[in-house]
Write a protein that binds this ligand. Structure first.
Ligand code: NOJ
Length: 712
């Protein structure tokens, strides 16, 4: 059903609803908060939605909802963040950050499509994804959930995954609702500290945080989640200017808005801008939140406020209209449960998509010729806990980190998955190479455990091999919500073990299996090769092993910069100029690895950059290597003289080109005036005429770019 007809139906239904029924529609109840009996009670009351409930438990609630006076179906939301990961039968994809290493929106789109099918087959309708936050402070625990540090790349990946989740028609049985979050500025957590202390200004919002949401709205995203933080002193949850004026009037968003977790109650007990739940309920609803996540007290609070005449029923009507419209558009009244393909969890095509995403995301960061491993290698040592730790490989938002009660969900990881050790062993077995594994040390050692013998064993195993593959990283619970780190150095004895492995004189390839960039020090700088795998999902180990042995040519590029030291943060590439001294006096200025960086077994050269009057950019790219490869052509600009400060460089476009060995191609990219505009001091988007430097090349680093000066 199209949106307009759905709205008509919603209006008609609204006219028949009691005040209690309306307020109940605005409530989203957390299943894990109170369990089945409590959830059934809310279903009977007519709650609009539930979250964190799977399969048959959800179906039971839906049956209850359909028995209510008006038979309004419930909508079920779930954090299917990189696959329907809270269900252990589902296909687990690389994390968003890992997926962004592919710089390939098609990878995101496919991940969205597959996830949608598996969520729908579980009786659910809606995922709280994608995260469009900007990950600029890597101490923040949720950097893994972002598409990295750049608004342009985030917007492209975000729009694609939304299209993948939703398809062309919200009523389609194989698709689900997307939810772009967290609106706005949540990633700008002060000091990397998760949640409430994220103050941003409106100009910054418009320059950095809003553009990905605009792309999400343009892609048809049906729902938006409000952030925890505040803007100019007003919590986003209570910010009508941002939730209504900007979102609905300017961006033309026409779906519904949901608060984040208990954000309404938080106005009272954390942010202290409301005296009680009734006042907080008025604030949240009046600001433009249509659905209230987790705060069940909203029901009583809002009913009391209405009774006392403190708020007009039109506030509730508007919210309920938004919710019911989407329910009608999904045709939920006719088919409260999606009728997608039954039990399609982990079917071969889905697993293939996860493997493809993992392959395209592996990012080779250094290589002194060690890789790919070839003929003369007879024995490989694989060292490190994360080389054989499926939990670390999966990362956040799977059943390991967020268990949802489900009698059939027995929690152990279900095959197939392939760890790095298993991937290497498999290739070795097929090629007559010996492979040996030693854990070495724990990533996060338990207090009082003496690991001396484990380290010694790892060194012995390494000494006896031709080459060493050393996996380092982080483990649950070193990341995620409520889990920020002040110190991003490799934890435990990981650096010490590297130093000892190095003493063996063997070539070492360091592989990072982690939620986000970590400060790797010598473990990266003195390694012969460095490969970044982040949280690559089910088949991360296979993809990594294929890269190590040259079965595939790595094509990943970093969506985020790597600091050398936690004290160097932030190191994002699009910084403002003018730092006195330009660097800390005890650290180099440059990050360890920069945004856009990534190598392969090919090399690429750029020449003949030009831009014609119609803003068509052309550049010649040549594969100067001996192997076919894929290059991600990155386009940046800098505004030479502008009325407000602009960053040293800003990504405005990218395009992937396949080039066989020795091949040259003229790449064309259509730019627009928007790519050169800025947000001026009055918060208006304008193009200020004048000179711009246009860059094209392999990464955000000066030495990887060619440039021309243009006049607009
Ligand atoms: C809080 C998180 O901030 C949000 O991203 C998530 O979707 C909700 N909890 C629901 O789990």
């Amino acid at each position: 059903m199209n949106r307009e007809s759905a709205k008509e139906k919603a209006r008609e239904l609204l006219s028949r609803m009691t005040t209690e029924e309306k307020v109940a529609q605005m409530i989203q109840v957390t299943y894990t908060d109170g369990g089945r009996e409590e959830a059934l009670k809310w279903a009977k009351l007519g709650a609009g939605s539930f979250l964190h409930v799977l399969g048959d438990d959800a179906r039971e609630l839906q049956r209850e909802a359909m028995k209510t006076r008006l038979g309004i179906p419930v909508i079920f939301g779930i954090d299917a963040i990189h696959g329907h990961g809270l269900n252990n039968k589902a296909t687990i994809f690389p994390s968003q950050l890992t997926c962004a290493c592919s710089w390939d929106p098609e990878v995101a789109r496919k991940m969205g499509e597959v996830t949608a099918r598996e969520v729908a087959t579980d009786g659910l309708h809606w995922t709280f994804s994608p995260v469009l936050c900007i990950g600029r402070d890597t101490r923040w625990g949720r950097v893994n959930e972002t598409f990295g540090e750049d608004p342009y790349l985030i917007g492209e990946m975000g729009a694609a995954i939304i299209e993948g989740y939703q398809g062309d028609d919200l009523a389609d049985d194989a698709h689900i609702l997307a939810c772009a979050k967290h609106y706005l500025g949540y990633g700008e957590a002060t000091g990397g500290r998760d949640a409430y202390d994220t103050e941003v200004t409106e100009r910054k919002v418009r320059e950095l945080f809003l553009p990905p949401f605009k792309k999400a709205v343009d892609a048809g995203c049906a729902t938006i989640m409000t952030a925890y933080g505040f803007l100019d002193g007003t919590p986003l949850t209570a910010n009508r200017r941002i939730l209504h004026d900007v979102l609905r009037d300017e961006l033309k968003f026409d779906g519904f808005v949901i608060t984040d977790w208990d954000n309404t109650q938080s106005l009272v007990w954390l942010q202290h801008i409301a005296a009680d739940i009734s006042e907080a309920s008025i604030m949240a609803a009046s600001a433009g939140n249509d659905m209230i996540m987790t705060t069940k007290g909203f029901y009583e609070g809002m009913l009391a406020a209405l009774k006392e005449g403190k708020v007009d029923i039109s506030v509730v009507d508007e919210a309920v209209l938004h919710i019911l419209t989407i329910k009608y558009e999904m045709e939920l009244f006719d088919k409260p449960e999606k009728r997608g393909e039954p039990d399609c969890f982990g079917k071969p095509e889905h697993l293939e998509a996860s493997l493809d995403a993992a392959r395209k995301s592996v990012t080779l960061l250094r290589n002194n010729g060690m890789l790919p491993l070839c003929g003369n290698v007879k024995k490989v040592a694989v060292i490190g806990e994360n080389a054989d730790n499926v939990r670390a490989q999966y990362g956040d938002w799977t059943y390991f980190t967020h268990p949802v009660p489900d009698p059939t969900n027995s929690r152990p990881a279900i095959r197939p998955y392939v760890t790095l050790w298993e991937g290497v062993k498999d290739i070795c077995e097929k090629n007559g190479i010996e492979a040996v594994y030693a854990k070495g040390c724990a990533v996060k050692p338990l207090e009082g455990v003496n690991e001396d013998a484990d380290l010694a064993e790892a060194v012995r195993v390494a000494s006896d091999a031709d080459v060493v593959i050393y996996a380092v990283g982080d483990v649950i619970p070193q990341f995620g919500e409520y889990s920020d780190r002040a110190d991003l150095d490799l934890s435990g004895r990981q650096n010490e073990l590297f130093a000892r492995l190095k003493e063996t004189g063997k070539k070492i390839c360091t592989v990072l299996i982690a939620s986000k960039p970590l400060c790797m020090g010598d473990t990266a700088e003195k390694a012969d090769a460095v490969v970044c795998g982040f949280n690559g999902g089910m088949f991360a180990g296979q993809a990594l092993a294929e890269v190590l042995f040259g079965k595939i040519n790595p094509r990943g590029r970093l969506p985020i910069s790597f600091p050398r030291h936690s004290g160097q943060i932030p190191v994002y590439y699009n910084q403002m100029p003018g730092w006195h001294g330009g660097k800390y006096n005890d650290l180099p200025q440059a990050p360890l690895f920069a945004f856009g960086e990534g190598m392969g077994y090919s090399a690429f050269a750029y020449e003949n950059l030009c831009l014609d009057e119609d803003l068509m950019l052309r550049v010649t790219v040549k594969n100067t290597g001996a192997r076919d490869g894929v290059e991600t052509v990155q386009i940046y600009q800098n505004d030479c003289v502008s009325s407000v400060l602009t960053p040293v460089r800003r990504l405005i476009a990218f395009k992937q080109v396949e080039l066989s060995a020795g091949e040259s191609k003229d790449v064309e990219i259509r730019l627009s005036k928007d790519d050169f505009s800025l947000i001026n001091a009055k918060c208006e988007k304008v193009l200020e005429p004048g000179e711009f430097i246009l860059y094209a090349g392999h990464s955000s680093k000066e030495e990887d770019l060619i440039s021309i000066t243009i006049k607009l």
